[in-house]
Design a protein around this ligand. Sequence first.
Ligand SMILES: Cc1cc2nc3c(=O)[nH]c(=O)nc-3n(C[C@H](O)[C@H](O)[C@H](O)COP(=O)(O)OP(=O)(O)OC[C@H]3O[C@@H](n4cnc5c(N)ncnc54)[C@H](O)[C@@H]3O)c2cc1C
Ligand code: SF4
Length: 493
Amino acid sequence: MRPDSVRRWCFADQLGPHFLDVEDQPVLLIESRAVFGRRRFHRRKAHLVLSALRHRAAELGAQAQFVQARTYREALSHVVGRISVCQPTSWQADRFVRTMPAVDVVPARGFATDRATFETWAQSQRRLQLEHFYRDARRRFDLLMDGTEPTGSRWNFDAENRQPPPKSGRLGLREPWLPDEDEIDEQVRADLDQWEKDGDASFVGRDGPREFAVTRAEALAALDHFVQHRLSDFGPFEDAMLTADRWMAHSALSAPMNLGLLDPLECAYAAEDAYRAGNAPLSSVEGYIRQLIGWRDYIWHTYWHFGPDYRHRNMLAAHHSLPQWFAELDADAVEARCLRSVLEQVRDHGYVHHIPRLMVLSNYALQRGWHPAAVTDWFHRSFVDGYDWVMVGNVVGMSQHADGGLIATKPYASGGAYIDRMSDYCGGCRYRPGHRAGADACPFTSGYWAFLARNRDRLAGNHRMRQPLAGLDRLADLGDVIAAQQRLGDTPP
Ligand SMILES: Cc1cc2nc3c(=O)[nH]c(=O)nc-3n(C[C@H](O)[C@H](O)[C@H](O)COP(=O)(O)OP(=O)(O)OC[C@H]3O[C@@H](n4cnc5c(N)ncnc54)[C@H](O)[C@@H]3O)c2cc1C
Ligand code: SF4
């Protein structure tokens, strides 16, 4: 039997053509209802995953065996003969497929760098620095290279990027590509309503029209639209936030990419082509390519490299559970304008871009000492693009500094001044970003100092924290700041 005639089991995040060896390979797709009973996912995420899976089944027709069952194990009992699967994207699923006797596991797909290449690179490094990995990937894929030199003679355009938002309160770009729903979406919506009624599933967040691509054709249309209409502005406002513009110039392609509908390299080459054709500036194109073949791959590879226990790290000894208002996405309970606005977007859409995730939601969690594993689980459930592999590095590593600095050299903790500089939130807020104590103290500013005070000994050995910790010693009102934080406790700010 030819290997490419063995039926390929594709998980719901392996739905693109690149997960098959040949176009007409027989396919197995499994819809497991139990997955939605185990965790309280965002309603929009459940919709997106089911819709993508069912669209793929419809598209493949007789080429696919589509099994709808309670569990994967039950579904597999209906399958005759050997099957193969590309390495799944979580430790748990990876362990599961390897225990199944009739399943062959082939190398993972859907990322630019393969695992063997990453491991060879990692063995040659003292520290796994994103910048070194990214430069190596640029050379290997010949992306934005002129011979052996980076195009424009620079690897990094951060100085041009990361500007504060325009004063007008809008970037004024065209909205990202948006899909039209069809009868499959209608059925998914009816099924999810029914499962919830039957007690088989329970969701957070609000339902609404689907906003992300679920087929290869839709994903390509969304990519094309981004490259044509939004990529040019990606760089300068990468880190900026605006109340009335939740997309800014971001691609909003992480959801279809994590469903396996787009390959990161094809997106990176499409962006490079736009630069070479004179349709997008180098700074924006470099910024976007860095996210894809740099950050996305780096987070994927460190997930495996640091092992299954990495997720349990808790170097800052953060043990508080998530308060109910945050867990339930109760934005209406919050007065702090930045947090209210971002939580509202998560509740209503299951998506915000990188900076609200890192500098508003995660920053708040870090300052309050919420347990990193609980924060990881929250992000995984609440975002349309959330999967285990992408959560652990981004939350445990990057945003909660629970790994002691393996991914980020210092904690991403900051006060209201950063949010004020990079957004338009503070103007209409009842708190003042510069105040750390008193009735109008910004909860991010007081939270920042309280975080430093709590972790002074744990962070003392980090030379990048020397200056902030020295600032702590100069605060005459530190006692008042900590008291204000303690008074706030678990109540919404
Ligand atoms: C606390 C936290 C949680 C996050 N959770 C997720 C998540 O659940 N799923 C997810 O895909 N990304 C996650 N990210 C990374 C990043 O925020 C999102 O990929 C990005 O906001 C998605 O929006 P976009 O497609 O418009 O991205 P763009 O800004 O347009 O970026 C381009 C692409 O780069 C990739 N990318 C950029 N940064 C990262 C990163 N740090 N990790 C992985 N991919 C990256 C994404 O595929 C993204 O589509 C998280 C980051 C943080 C700090
Ligand atoms: S003042 Fe503080 S709480 Fe209010 S929007 Fe600004 S950073 Fe957020």
